[in-house]
Design a protein around this ligand. Structure first.
Ligand SMILES: *Cc1c(COP(=O)(O)O)cnc(C)c1O
Length: 806
């Protein structure tokens, strides 16, 4: 990339005058940041031109995802290129502080949480393995809202991340695609062949913006994240309206079109059912497939061979329209017959399910769907008709099976059903989740298409969340076991050899302490709250959701506080409870939980009697950048969802990589974490998934029983509404009611005792420093299997059928 510091400086100075037309002294921090990005991007572009992927892996993977939470790129890419030091020192010679430039970068909030972050980790690992694997998504003008806390409440501020421009992206106007909405379909029979003509449609221009994806030490393999922006087909005004003086009409079409890529829906795991959302889904699907087919045909390959050269991956149901859209292209535009088109389509498509929560299962009303996508609707109907016919033929007499598995019923189109029927692979994201898919959610399909179902336990990019985010720990690990773990996370196992090395454990503790100081410093700067880095940092950071049970954590803290009131000696050690996470703006319960966290924090933090024992903080605006600061600073990772509800979780893996010890339920990938580290290195409590599912199916749980049999718990629950929070009034009634009036859907009260007992056990372990350090070390050592490199290797071999050669 750069031979040395001097050649970097030279290139940088040239670039700044070239791109900004100014000399260094006149440039702003933004100019300086942008120049560095453009310099690196050009270098990457020239590598891309020289070499393309591993030849044996020439099958292209297109990862379709509504969300990509890529985080900031500059620092991460400097680490991957191995030039952070050269650049830092070179800039310093020029009087520039690299850290100031790094702060200029926007963290693109193009996702809600785990699902979008997973997509970003996968892009990295595909690049790492030399797979030609590209992301396909939407360039939302506004990402997920920025969260501000005002008087303890969440308020939302628009995330105008593009306001200064985004220098990593390159618009490719010549690669634009026209996407057609609404209109009519004219059907003609030409010499026995049915022809379909989509007419009077509303065209939208999809313009691609490409972001280069590079991984560690692999600069010759640059992949692409293609994000689509919606623009009017003609950038000219509606001149007739304009000339009539109707200015509003003249610009209205433009804004209606641009609305498609205007903003990301801020709902995590709940469907919105709005027309705009369906427009977004079809928009990036049609644009992405349009450009894939165009480049495929340029290579003069036969369409029949499409699945051999191209894999299309559908991340959750948002891009499921890939299935009927590819059918449409093959039939209407390429003239193939149904059966051939269907073979090609199914063999190209694979689908990942991310949730079993019924409210998150995407369904569209027929009228809305048909009005917006008339030709696609016809195709979905035909897929459904043929599938029903086939099912009835294979399972004669089982009319119920046909009814349960059809795509269109009760006036709605089920996107999950379409996904399973139209893909060759259906995977869950953790072993437990996949079992629940096979035995519950998709059990009928499992009977019909057993061969399609498989598990791919999620992973995280260990280079971002350990190598780059926790450089002190990375340095320590490399000192102990060499650098091999960066390219092969399984090598972290070697750390087990220093498990009994007192001096290594001391160093490990020292690094954790420094990371806690770093986080404490940030909290002091931003919130004026002083944290004690010697206290236990107990962290729960993730979206705020009833099933994730931030409330259970809060009741625990209230109980500890109550104990302290009764007996100042009752709480051992000193605890800092750290929360962060966004609530969907329309999710009243979740927003009330945020208010409760802040209200409890205010009460405890101002109580002199609790000062050395308990402290609670809520950090504003959780995103990838904040995560990179928090995960390395955690002693304890809270993964306490209601068993069966969290499909996998990936936060749990990021914490583990950074040496936090998990307290959690046997849910999602926690089950596999337990298998990896053993019961002695993790704290498991609460109902098992089977028990939860049985209660849900058969009933029998009464939250009032829990409430009346445990006086300590009853007090905590009562405190939500009895004036304990002096200024709260009826504010927390919804939470109180969720527990008692609505019978505690997420088994918070049921798991309370078990959680507290387990927390006390954890606290005793924490007091034994050496034992704790060993537990921490084992967690890091066993985290290798949770690298997304492992996950992607499995996807490549088993789903996309790409051999492992390079
Ligand atoms: C990893 C991550 C998540 C997912 O966290 P879970 O604990 O698995 O829910 C959400 N948001 C961000 C910003 C993340 O980095």
């Amino acid at each position: 990339m750069f031979a040395d510091k001097e050649s970097f400086k030279q290139a940088y100075l040239t670039k700044i005058s070239e791109t900004e037309g100014i000399i260094l002294e006149e440039s702003s921090p933004w100019d300086k940041y942008k120049t560095l990005v453009i310099l690196l991007k050009e270098k990457m572009g020239s590598y891309r031109a020289l070499t393309r992927n591993c030849p044996a892996r020439s099958k292209e993977v297109y990862y379709f995802s509504m969300e990509f939470l890529i985080g900031k790129l500059l620092h991460y890419y400097l680490v991957n290129m191995g030039i952070e030091e050269i650049v830092r020192e070179g800039l310093q010679d020029l009087g520039i502080n690299l850290d100031e430039l790094l702060r200029q970068e926007a963290d693109p909030g193009l996702g809600n949480g785990g699902l979008g972050r997973l997509a970003a980790c996968f892009l990295d690992s595909m690049a790492f393995w030399g797979i030609s694997g590209h992301g396909n998504g939407i360039r939302f003008k506004y990402g997920l809202f920025e969260q501000k806390i005002r008087n303890g409440f969440q308020t939302e501020v628009a995330d105008n991340w593009l306001k200064n421009g985004y220098p990593w992206e390159t618009p490719k106007l010549d690669k634009s695609v026209v996407v057609k909405f609404k209109g009519n379909v004219r059907v003609e029979n030409a010499e026995g062949k049915w022809m379909f003509y989509h007419e009077d449609f509303e065209p939208v221009l999809a313009v691609p913006y490409d972001v280069p994806i590079m991984s560690y030490d692999n600069s010759v393999n640059i992949n692409n994240l293609r994000l689509w922006s919606a623009e009017p087909l003609s950038n000219e005004l509606d001149l007739d309206s304009f000339n009539r003086g109707d200015f509003e009409q003249a610009v209205s079409l433009k804004s209606e079109v641009e609305a498609i890529s205007y903003i990301l829906y801020p709902d995590d795991s709940s469907r919105s059912g709005r027309e705009l959302r369906l427009k977004q889904e079809y928009f990036f699907v049609a644009a992405g497939l349009g450009s894939i087919i165009r480049s495929y045909k340029k290579r003069n390959r036969a369409l029949a061979d499409f699945p051999r050269w191209v894999a299309v991956h559908i991340n959750d149901t948002h891009p499921v329209l890939c299935i009927p859209e590819l059918m449409r292209i093959l039939i209407d535009e390429e003239g193939l017959g149904w059966d051939q088109a269907w073979n090609i389509t199914v063999n190209s498509m694979s689908f990942t399910n991310h949730t079993i929560m019924p409210e998150a299962m995407e369904k569209w009303p027929i009228d809305l769907f048909r009005g917006l996508l008339p030709r696609i609707y016809m195709i979905v109907e035909e897929i459904d008709r043929r599938f029903k016919e086939r099912t009835a033929r294979i399972y004669p007499g089982d009319g119920d099976l046909v009814r349960r598995t059809q795509i269109i019923k009760d006036g709605q189109i089920s996107m999950a059903n379409l996904a399973v029927i139209g893909s060759s692979s259906v995977n869950g994201v953790a072993a437990l989740h996949t079992e629940i898919l096979k035995n519950e959610v998709f059990k009928d399909y499992y009977r019909i298409f057993g061969y399609k179902f498989n598990n791919k336990t999620n992973g995280v990019n260990h280079r971002r969340f350990l190598l780059a985010a926790n450089s002190d720990l990375s340095g320590l690990i490399t000192e102990a076991i060499g650098p091999g773990w960066k390219k092969n996370a399984e090598e972290l196992h070697k750390l087990l050899s220093v498990r009994d090395d007192r001096s290594f454990l001391e160093k490990l503790a020292r690094v954790k302490y420094l990371n806690k100081c770093r986080l404490a410093e940030r909290v002091r700067e931003t919130q004026g709250i002083v944290l004690d880095p010697l206290s236990l940092f107990d962290v729960q950071v993730k979206r705020i959701h009833a099933y994730k049970r931030q409330l259970l954590n809060l009741l625990k803290i209230m109980e500890l506080y109550n104990r302290l009131q009764r007996d100042p000696g009752a709480v051992e050690g000193s605890h800092t409870f750290i929360f962060a996470g966004k609530a969907a703006p329309g999710y009243h319960y979740a927003k009330t939980v945020i208010k409760l966290i802040n209200t409890l924090a205010a009460k405890i933090n101002k109580d002199a009697g609790a000062k050395d024992k308990l402290k609670v903080v809520f950090l504003e605006n959780f995103n990838v950048t904040l995560g990179e600061l928090i995960y390395p600073a955690a002693d304890v990772s809270e993964q306490i969802s209601t068993a069966s509800k969290e499909a996998s979780g990936t936060g749990n893996m990021k914490f583990m990589l950074n040496g936090a010890v998990t307290i959690g339920t046997l849910d999602g990938a926690n089950v596999e974490i337990q298998e990896a580290v053993g019961d002695e290195n993790m704290f498991i409590f609460g109902l098992r998934a089977r028990e939860v599912l049985d209660y849900i199916r058969r009933g029998g749980y009464k939250s009032l029983d829990q409430y009346y049999t445990s006086p300590d718990l009853k007090l905590c629950v009562d405190q939500l509404v009895n004036g304990f929070f002096e200024t709260a009034g009826e504010e927390f009634r919804v939470i109180f009611d969720s527990l008692l009036l609505y019978n505690d859907e997420f088994f918070v009260l049921k798991d309370f005792d078990s959680y507290l007992e387990t927390y006390q056990r954890l606290q005793a372990c924490y007091a034994d420093k050496e034992q704790w350090q060993k537990m921490s070390l084992v967690n890091i050592a066993e985290a290798g299997i949770f690298s997304s490199d492992r996950t992607i290797q499995e996807y490549a071999e088993q789903i996309w059928k790409i051999p492992r050669v390079c």
